[in-house]
Design a protein around this ligand. Structure first.
Ligand SMILES: Nc1nc2c(c(=O)[nH]1)N[C@@H](CN(C=O)c1ccc(C(=O)N[C@@H](CCC(=O)O)C(=O)O)cc1)CN2
Length: 291
């Protein structure tokens, strides 16, 4: 068997086209959503992501505000910039690109963003809302994974899902989203006993560990849907957390790296910015882009 490849690039392009339509409808009411992206330092990968975010924001007809700060910026200066963006009515979404330089307290910075403008969905209030089933801003990478899974599998109720990774940004919100869709969810991590056996039970396997080729082919349940969130830069180029060639022989469907989950992350960021703008103006949430 050779798995179907889940084309995240194509799904993301469709999602952005749909968002652009909604942005045109808002423009007719005199509303232009605005997204502010803050980059601290010169991490080369972050530079690439921030450039893509700016370009795609403009392509869908939103306003992009970019703020680049040197790596030795004091945390107070970043917090002052966030306060200024919180108060700016032209800015509907604020995102601070991660990772931050080591001298900064990531949680303090994220929690300084107004929750309604937190289009990354990382603020503790949005994490709490998601965990308790309330309306929230949902983190972009897990939201993108959920959209790919629903597209491929339809309703996820009753499916056995294993999420490898327990980060606040991917693993935990991913598990919450699957649970909201009534999947039966296990979160696995570095201390999980017999991880290969656990993975072999999964009809849905999400790999978010950040280690190249961590998930081996014989860990995959035949026919499973495998979502590879890993983006690892190696001497051989960009690779995921899953041994793609081996896993493809057993899975029913699998996301590639690149071209799988990554492009959905930025498309979902635009979706969240659109949602934030609609909510600010008292309009209904855009259909199909929120939970
Ligand atoms: N504030 C945030 N910081 C970070 C996030 C985030 O969601 N919010 N996620 C990642 C980086 N990231 C977005 O910021 C991101 C990563 C990868 C991609 C992507 O499209 N990847 C391509 C490959 C691109 C390449 O060559 O590097 C793919 O997988 O096809 C988009 C966004 C950490 N920081």
């Amino acid at each position: 068997m050779s798995a179907e490849i889940i084309d995240g690039k194509a799904s993301a392009a469709r999602l952005r086209a749909r968002i652009a339509e909604d942005v045109r409808a808002l423009a007719a009411r005199g509303i232009t959503p605005g997204l502010a992206v803050v980059l601290v330092g010169e991490d080369p990968a972050s530079e690439v992501y921030v450039r893509s975010k700016g370009r795609m924001t403009r392509e869908v007809g939103m306003t992009s505000f970019e703020h680049r700060l040197p790596a030795d910026t004091p945390e107070d200066a970043l917090l002052a910039l966030i306060a200024q963006l919180n108060a700016d009515p032209a800015v509907n979404g604020i995102l601070v690109q991660l990772p931050l330089p080591r001298h900064m307290d990531e949680a303090a910075v994220i929690n300084a963003i107004a929750p309604e403008k937190d289009v990354d969905g990382f603020h503790v209030i949005n994490a709490g809302r998601l965990a308790t089933g309330q309306t929230a801003m949902v983190p972009c990478t897990p939201l993108g994974c959920l959209m790919l899974l629903r597209d491929r599998l339809g309703p996820l109720a009753g499916k056995r899902a294993v999420v490898i990774g327990r980060s606040n940004i991917v693993g935990k919100p991913m598990a919450q989203l699957l649970l909201r869709d009534s999947a039966t969810v296990t979160i696995a991590h570095s201390r999980t006993a017999d991880l290969p056996a656990l993975c072999r039970e999964a009809e849905i396997l999400i790999a978010a560990v950040g280690r190249p080729f961590f998930v081996q082919g014989d860990w995959i349940r035949p026919g499973a849907t495998v979502i590879d969130v890993g983006i690892n830069r190696t001497e051989d180029g960009l690779v995921g957390d899953v041994d793609f060639v081996a896993a493809r022989q057993r899975a029913g469907a699998i996301t590639p790296v690149p071209g799988g989950v990554g492009p959905m992350t930025i498309a979902c960021l635009l979706a969240n910015t659109l949602t934030a703008a609609a909510r600010t103006h008292g309009l209904p949430d855009p259909e199909g882009l929120t939970l």
